[in-house]
Design a protein around this ligand. Structure first.
Ligand code: MN
Length: 270
Protein backbone atom coordinates (compact mmCIF):
# COMPACT_ATOMS: atom_id res chain seq x y z
CA UNK A 1 0.00 0.00 0.00
CA UNK A 2 1.27 3.44 -0.85
CA UNK A 3 0.08 6.54 0.94
CA UNK A 4 0.71 9.92 -0.60
CA UNK A 5 0.52 12.89 1.69
CA UNK A 6 1.01 16.44 0.56
CA UNK A 7 3.56 17.99 2.87
CA UNK A 8 3.47 21.77 3.12
CA UNK A 9 6.79 23.50 3.69
CA UNK A 10 5.69 25.00 6.94
CA UNK A 11 5.11 21.61 8.52
CA UNK A 12 6.92 21.61 11.85
CA UNK A 13 10.37 20.03 11.74
CA UNK A 14 9.44 17.45 14.34
CA UNK A 15 6.55 16.14 12.24
CA UNK A 16 8.75 16.00 9.14
CA UNK A 17 11.30 14.03 11.10
CA UNK A 18 8.60 11.62 12.28
CA UNK A 19 7.58 10.98 8.71
CA UNK A 20 11.17 10.42 7.58
CA UNK A 21 11.60 7.84 10.32
CA UNK A 22 8.38 6.11 9.35
CA UNK A 23 8.11 2.38 9.50
CA UNK A 24 5.25 -0.05 9.98
CA UNK A 25 5.36 0.26 13.76
CA UNK A 26 5.04 4.00 13.98
CA UNK A 27 2.60 4.42 11.11
CA UNK A 28 -0.24 4.78 13.58
CA UNK A 29 1.79 7.38 15.42
CA UNK A 30 2.15 9.22 12.13
CA UNK A 31 -1.59 9.11 11.58
CA UNK A 32 -1.95 10.79 14.95
CA UNK A 33 0.68 13.37 14.03
CA UNK A 34 -0.91 14.18 10.68
CA UNK A 35 -4.32 14.47 12.28
CA UNK A 36 -2.88 16.89 14.80
CA UNK A 37 -1.08 18.79 12.04
CA UNK A 38 -4.28 18.94 9.99
CA UNK A 39 -6.27 20.21 12.94
CA UNK A 40 -3.66 22.93 13.42
CA UNK A 41 -4.07 23.95 9.79
CA UNK A 42 -0.72 22.74 8.54
CA UNK A 43 -2.35 20.93 5.64
CA UNK A 44 -4.28 23.91 4.32
CA UNK A 45 -4.74 24.00 0.57
CA UNK A 46 -2.91 27.33 0.38
CA UNK A 47 0.40 25.85 1.41
CA UNK A 48 2.81 24.92 -1.35
CA UNK A 49 3.41 21.21 -1.19
CA UNK A 50 5.78 18.51 -2.37
CA UNK A 51 4.27 15.04 -2.68
CA UNK A 52 6.00 12.51 -0.48
CA UNK A 53 5.63 8.78 -0.99
CA UNK A 54 5.47 6.79 2.18
CA UNK A 55 6.16 3.09 2.41
CA UNK A 56 3.77 1.41 4.80
CA UNK A 57 5.57 -1.91 5.21
CA UNK A 58 3.87 -4.07 2.59
CA UNK A 59 6.77 -3.57 0.21
CA UNK A 60 9.75 -5.91 0.21
CA UNK A 61 12.70 -4.44 2.02
CA UNK A 62 16.19 -5.88 1.70
CA UNK A 63 16.49 -6.60 5.40
CA UNK A 64 13.66 -8.51 7.02
CA UNK A 65 12.66 -8.92 10.62
CA UNK A 66 12.99 -12.66 10.99
CA UNK A 67 12.41 -12.47 14.73
CA UNK A 68 9.64 -10.36 16.25
CA UNK A 69 9.63 -8.87 19.72
CA UNK A 70 6.88 -10.85 21.46
CA UNK A 71 4.37 -8.62 23.26
CA UNK A 72 4.23 -8.84 27.06
CA UNK A 73 1.47 -11.32 27.97
CA UNK A 74 0.12 -8.85 30.58
CA UNK A 75 0.16 -5.13 31.36
CA UNK A 76 3.37 -3.38 32.45
CA UNK A 77 2.05 -2.96 35.99
CA UNK A 78 0.59 -6.49 36.27
CA UNK A 79 3.46 -7.82 38.38
CA UNK A 80 3.31 -4.97 40.92
CA UNK A 81 4.31 -4.70 43.70
CA UNK A 82 7.02 -7.31 43.11
CA UNK A 83 8.21 -5.94 39.77
CA UNK A 84 7.38 -2.31 39.06
CA UNK A 85 5.82 -1.04 35.84
CA UNK A 86 8.75 1.19 34.90
CA UNK A 87 11.19 -1.72 35.12
CA UNK A 88 8.88 -3.86 32.98
CA UNK A 89 8.47 -1.11 30.40
CA UNK A 90 12.20 -0.52 29.96
CA UNK A 91 13.07 -4.18 30.26
CA UNK A 92 10.67 -5.22 27.50
CA UNK A 93 10.49 -2.16 25.25
CA UNK A 94 14.18 -1.25 25.37
CA UNK A 95 16.30 -4.20 26.44
CA UNK A 96 14.36 -7.06 24.83
CA UNK A 97 13.66 -4.92 21.77
CA UNK A 98 17.38 -4.18 21.50
CA UNK A 99 18.35 -7.86 21.57
CA UNK A 100 15.71 -8.58 18.93
CA UNK A 101 16.95 -5.84 16.63
CA UNK A 102 20.59 -6.90 16.87
CA UNK A 103 19.69 -10.57 16.38
CA UNK A 104 17.83 -9.66 13.19
CA UNK A 105 20.77 -7.56 11.97
CA UNK A 106 23.11 -10.53 12.42
CA UNK A 107 20.76 -12.95 10.66
CA UNK A 108 20.36 -10.54 7.77
CA UNK A 109 24.11 -10.95 7.13
CA UNK A 110 23.62 -14.71 6.69
CA UNK A 111 20.35 -15.39 4.91
CA UNK A 112 21.12 -19.15 4.94
CA UNK A 113 20.25 -19.10 8.65
CA UNK A 114 16.84 -17.45 8.28
CA UNK A 115 14.89 -20.67 8.64
CA UNK A 116 16.46 -21.63 11.96
CA UNK A 117 14.64 -20.96 15.21
CA UNK A 118 16.41 -18.74 17.73
CA UNK A 119 16.64 -21.76 20.05
CA UNK A 120 18.34 -23.83 17.33
CA UNK A 121 20.79 -21.01 16.62
CA UNK A 122 21.86 -21.24 20.27
CA UNK A 123 22.04 -25.05 20.21
CA UNK A 124 24.30 -24.77 17.13
CA UNK A 125 26.28 -21.79 18.40
CA UNK A 126 29.70 -23.42 17.91
CA UNK A 127 28.94 -24.08 14.23
CA UNK A 128 27.70 -20.60 13.33
CA UNK A 129 29.76 -18.31 11.09
CA UNK A 130 32.46 -16.64 13.16
CA UNK A 131 31.54 -13.09 12.16
CA UNK A 132 28.12 -13.33 13.85
CA UNK A 133 28.77 -15.97 16.53
CA UNK A 134 29.31 -13.57 19.44
CA UNK A 135 26.35 -11.41 18.35
CA UNK A 136 24.04 -14.44 18.24
CA UNK A 137 25.35 -15.66 21.58
CA UNK A 138 24.59 -12.31 23.23
CA UNK A 139 21.50 -11.16 21.36
CA UNK A 140 20.01 -14.51 20.36
CA UNK A 141 20.50 -15.47 24.00
CA UNK A 142 18.88 -12.23 25.12
CA UNK A 143 15.99 -12.77 22.70
CA UNK A 144 15.24 -16.35 23.83
CA UNK A 145 15.87 -15.78 27.55
CA UNK A 146 13.51 -12.82 27.79
CA UNK A 147 10.81 -14.52 25.73
CA UNK A 148 10.80 -17.28 28.34
CA UNK A 149 11.10 -14.81 31.22
CA UNK A 150 7.84 -12.97 30.43
CA UNK A 151 5.99 -16.26 30.02
CA UNK A 152 7.14 -17.87 33.25
CA UNK A 153 5.83 -14.92 35.24
CA UNK A 154 2.19 -14.07 35.83
CA UNK A 155 0.07 -11.75 37.97
CA UNK A 156 -1.63 -14.97 39.13
CA UNK A 157 1.71 -16.59 39.90
CA UNK A 158 3.42 -17.62 43.12
CA UNK A 159 2.65 -20.44 45.50
CA UNK A 160 3.84 -24.02 45.19
CA UNK A 161 4.86 -25.89 42.04
CA UNK A 162 2.18 -28.02 40.38
CA UNK A 163 2.05 -31.14 38.26
CA UNK A 164 5.06 -33.13 37.07
CA UNK A 165 7.53 -30.34 37.89
CA UNK A 166 6.42 -30.42 41.55
CA UNK A 167 7.22 -34.15 41.77
CA UNK A 168 10.52 -33.71 39.93
CA UNK A 169 11.61 -30.83 42.20
CA UNK A 170 10.89 -32.90 45.29
CA UNK A 171 12.79 -35.94 44.01
CA UNK A 172 15.79 -33.91 42.73
CA UNK A 173 16.13 -31.40 45.56
CA UNK A 174 14.34 -33.01 48.51
CA UNK A 175 11.82 -30.20 48.90
CA UNK A 176 10.56 -27.02 47.28
CA UNK A 177 12.30 -24.96 49.98
CA UNK A 178 15.65 -26.64 49.28
CA UNK A 179 15.21 -25.99 45.58
CA UNK A 180 14.38 -22.30 46.16
CA UNK A 181 17.47 -21.94 48.34
CA UNK A 182 19.71 -23.47 45.64
CA UNK A 183 18.13 -21.43 42.86
CA UNK A 184 18.52 -18.19 44.83
CA UNK A 185 22.13 -19.10 45.65
CA UNK A 186 22.76 -19.57 41.92
CA UNK A 187 21.36 -16.08 41.33
CA UNK A 188 23.17 -14.31 44.16
CA UNK A 189 26.54 -15.93 43.40
CA UNK A 190 26.52 -14.81 39.77
CA UNK A 191 29.13 -12.04 39.77
CA UNK A 192 28.08 -9.29 37.39
CA UNK A 193 25.26 -9.87 34.92
CA UNK A 194 23.58 -13.14 34.11
CA UNK A 195 20.82 -15.58 34.88
CA UNK A 196 19.87 -18.16 37.52
CA UNK A 197 18.47 -21.35 36.03
CA UNK A 198 16.63 -24.56 36.65
CA UNK A 199 17.61 -26.83 33.77
CA UNK A 200 16.92 -30.35 32.62
CA UNK A 201 20.33 -31.81 31.81
CA UNK A 202 21.04 -34.52 29.26
CA UNK A 203 21.09 -37.21 31.94
CA UNK A 204 17.45 -36.39 32.74
CA UNK A 205 18.23 -34.66 36.06
CA UNK A 206 17.13 -31.23 37.21
CA UNK A 207 19.97 -28.89 38.15
CA UNK A 208 20.39 -25.30 39.26
CA UNK A 209 23.16 -23.20 37.76
CA UNK A 210 23.90 -19.69 36.62
CA UNK A 211 25.18 -18.28 33.35
CA UNK A 212 27.10 -15.16 32.43
CA UNK A 213 25.52 -12.32 30.45
CA UNK A 214 22.88 -13.79 28.09
CA UNK A 215 24.40 -17.26 27.78
CA UNK A 216 21.68 -19.87 27.45
CA UNK A 217 21.72 -23.43 28.84
CA UNK A 218 20.70 -24.42 25.28
CA UNK A 219 24.31 -23.73 24.27
CA UNK A 220 25.39 -26.58 26.57
CA UNK A 221 22.72 -29.03 25.43
CA UNK A 222 20.54 -28.41 28.49
CA UNK A 223 16.90 -27.33 28.49
CA UNK A 224 16.06 -24.15 30.44
CA UNK A 225 12.96 -24.97 32.50
CA UNK A 226 12.92 -21.60 34.26
CA UNK A 227 15.32 -18.71 34.67
CA UNK A 228 15.52 -15.50 36.63
CA UNK A 229 17.21 -12.45 35.14
CA UNK A 230 19.79 -11.10 37.60
CA UNK A 231 21.04 -8.25 35.42
CA UNK A 232 20.73 -5.00 37.36
CA UNK A 233 18.26 -3.74 34.71
CA UNK A 234 15.82 -6.38 36.02
CA UNK A 235 15.62 -5.03 39.56
CA UNK A 236 17.68 -1.92 40.22
CA UNK A 237 14.88 0.69 40.01
CA UNK A 238 12.94 -0.99 42.81
CA UNK A 239 15.44 -3.07 44.77
CA UNK A 240 18.59 -0.98 44.11
CA UNK A 241 21.65 -3.03 45.04
CA UNK A 242 19.67 -5.66 46.98
CA UNK A 243 19.65 -8.57 44.53
CA UNK A 244 18.86 -10.94 47.40
CA UNK A 245 15.54 -9.19 48.12
CA UNK A 246 14.62 -9.30 44.43
CA UNK A 247 15.42 -13.02 44.27
CA UNK A 248 13.17 -13.65 47.30
CA UNK A 249 10.24 -11.54 46.07
CA UNK A 250 10.37 -12.93 42.54
CA UNK A 251 8.78 -16.22 43.67
CA UNK A 252 5.51 -14.30 44.12
CA UNK A 253 5.10 -13.96 40.35
CA UNK A 254 6.40 -17.35 39.22
CA UNK A 255 3.97 -18.99 36.78
CA UNK A 256 4.05 -22.69 37.68
CA UNK A 257 1.55 -23.63 35.00
CA UNK A 258 3.92 -22.45 32.26
CA UNK A 259 6.98 -23.88 33.99
CA UNK A 260 5.25 -27.26 34.26
CA UNK A 261 4.40 -27.06 30.54
CA UNK A 262 8.07 -26.36 29.72
CA UNK A 263 9.17 -29.26 31.91
CA UNK A 264 6.78 -31.67 30.22
CA UNK A 265 7.97 -30.47 26.82
CA UNK A 266 11.62 -30.88 27.84
CA UNK A 267 11.01 -34.34 29.33
CA UNK A 268 9.54 -35.51 26.04
CA UNK A 269 12.78 -34.63 24.23
CA UNK A 270 15.35 -36.17 26.63
MN1 MN B 1 17.01 -8.63 31.07
Amino acid sequence: MLVVIELPEKLPLLTKFSIMALNRRNFLFLLGATTTAASLGYFSSKASAQPLQLLTGDEESEDSEVFQLPPLPYEYDALEPYIDAETMRFHHDKHHAGYTKKLNAAINKHSELKNMSAEDLLRQIARLPEDIRATIRNNGGGYVNHKMFWEIMSPDGGGEPIGAIATAINSNFGSFDNFKEQFNAAGSSRFGSGWAWLVLSRDGKLKTLNTLNQDSPLMEGMYPIMGNDVWEHAYYLKYRNDRGAYLQQWWNVVNWEEINRRFEQASATV
